[in-house]
Design a protein around this ligand. Structure first.
Ligand code: ADP
Ligand code: MG
Length: 315
């Protein structure tokens, strides 16, 4: 199968399947999108490299889902509505079973969020997946990292830490029973981008970010961009029953520095009424004037942790 047959078979959809506002999708030199009057474009890219972001053994449908999910999570963090995405793909060889699974997982999530695949590039090389998402938000409505104010409450969606548990099992440092491993693995391989929450937080949240590298570092980005500090209650952090059954030190590591959670962390005035979009929201701390992030327990005592978030260029 040649490059163009591959694109046509696995990545091209009938024009009628494209969401409103895509005039030209896959197949020409450029895609043509119609901007919504008054809206701003929000654009983000994320690359997934085999051996770095995923294991070669991962189910291809889950990999397709995750490749788009981590990108949609960035749109969610900014309160954007998805409009489309491009896919730049390097493949070592044409493996039709892999391509069928990968495109199925990818396009199922795309359809669920009316976010059509509008173009891309396909080349031979070590397996590498780079997606760029295009979204929109009304002018001035995008949620940024820079808006947190002293006295704002800090909230997180869903639960943190399960993806890290799965990573510990793959590393051989933790054993879970079959059911626990499957649950943790699903958290790692099939994250849910919190798009409806992000959009519902427009005009309410003062700052937001998605947790991709670990809560400490990602919340730290909000603090740095906003020029504020915070107090974070580690005992308040929402966790699954599976994680709650692990030793306390491991729980804290997974919650504070786990990464790959793709939950939203956001700040909002303490009296703000938060939207109910069917996603659990937990208040985990408060923005303070004093710079730095102070981790405390339920009694308010300082917690020494020595943890930091993931960084590709620091061991
Ligand atoms: P060009 O050589 O003009 O860059 P290509 O031959 O690379 O065009 O791609 C042909 C068409 O297929 C373009 O519309 C491009 O956006 C699309 N395309 C290529 N690879 C992919 C892919 N992996 N997913 C979706 N669309 C793709
Ligand atoms: Mg090209």
């Amino acid at each position: 199968m040649g490059e163009f047959d591959l694109i046509r078979r696995y990545f091209m959809r009938p024009a009628m399947d494209l969401a409103n506002g895509v005039e030209v999708g896959v197949g020409d030199d450029c895609a043509v999108l119609v901007p919504t009057p008054g809206a701003r474009w929000l654009v983000s890219s994320d690359m997934l490299v085999e051996g770095r972001h995923f294991l070669s053994t991962v189910d291809p449908a889950r990999l397709g889902h995750k490749a788009l999910a981590v990108n949609l999570s960035d749109l969610a963090a900014c309160g954007a509505t998805p409009r489309g995405f491009t896919l730049a793909l390097a493949l070592p060889r044409v493996d039709e079973a892999w391509l069928a699974g990968f495109s199925r997982g990818l396009l199922a999530l795309a359809d669920a969020h009316r976010c059509p695949l509008i173009g891309g590039d396909t080349t031979q090389g070590p397996l590498n997946i780079c997606i760029t998402v295009f979204g929109e938000a009304p002018a001035g409505a995008a949620l940024l990292r820079s808006g947190a104010r002293v006295g704002d409450a800090i909230w997180v969606s869903g639960r943190l830490g399960d993806a890290r548990l799965a990573l510990e099992v793959f590393r051989g440092t933790l054993a879970l029973d079959a059911g626990g491993f499957e649950a943790a693995r699903a958290a790692m391989e099939s994250p849910t981008p919190r798009l409806s929450l992000g959009q519902a937080l427009r005009g309410i949240a003062t700052a937001a970010i998605d947790v991709s590298d670990g809560l400490l570092g990602d919340l730290g980005h909000i603090l740095a961009a906003s020029g504020v500090g915070a107090r974070l209650d580690v005992d308040a952090l929402p966790r699954s029953a599976l994680l709650a059954a692990q030793p306390a030190a491991l729980q804290r590591e997974c919650l504070l520095a786990g990464g790959d959670d793709y939950e939203l962390v956001f700040t909002a005035p303490a009296a703000a009424r938060l939207p109910d979009v069917g996603v659990e929201l937990t208040r985990i701390g408060v923005i303070e004037l004093e710079p730095g992030l102070r981790v405390v327990d339920a009694q308010g005592a300082a917690v020494a942790h020595g943890l930091r978030s993931f960084d590709h260029f620091k061991a």
